[in-house]
Design a protein around this ligand. Sequence first.
Ligand SMILES: [Zn+2]
Length: 230
Amino acid sequence: MTFSPCPFPPLHKARRCYVDKPNEFYEHELSIITKQVPHFCPKCKGSHDDFKHHECRHRLFYVVIDSLVHTIESFLGRWKCSLCRATFTAYPEYALPYKRYVKDVCISLCEDYVTKDTATYRSITSTIGYTTESQNIDERKLERSTVWRWLGFFGSLKDTLRNAFDIIRQAAPNSTVFRQISSIHPKKYRSDERKIVLEQAFQLFTADAKYQGILGHSLFPDLATRCFWS
Ligand SMILES: [Zn+2]
């Protein structure tokens, strides 16, 4: 395969990286460079292929390797829909909107929190440390409030959860996924509102696992995008 020079300056920045960049990052960058357009506009809900590349947005991502956080520089593509003229970001499978940590890190820490009775924000966030650019381990910690906010985000995706359940129900009407009751430990919430958020996050993670089993891919980002990340 031959590569023509990248027309987008951010790629040069994106080559600076503190660890080997996982393949999925390269694949996503390549998909932008070779202008593999999206097939769906999250603004007007149009399914088509008529998108123009709008810009590349430089982004830092945090991945966790061997319990240490590493920074990876990459970029996200923004596209313009020819039907509604709106521009939007197309997220790769590993990224979530406005989250620096990659999706797998967000989900695994949040899932640990809602499924393990003894888990606390302190215990969850103390499982990972940071490295500096020189690869020395530094004293920073993942903020407990960050995981708290991630759970708020996952717990708010009600449309996504409802649609995932609909799709699972059609493919596997007898699935137990609908009957799995989350028993969030009462120490983890002080209000009914927060309890519901945690329960919905639990259901979303359970549904995502089932969804992947049926469709072969996560409900992130495609289904969530179609539900406007709500
Ligand atoms: Zn559109």
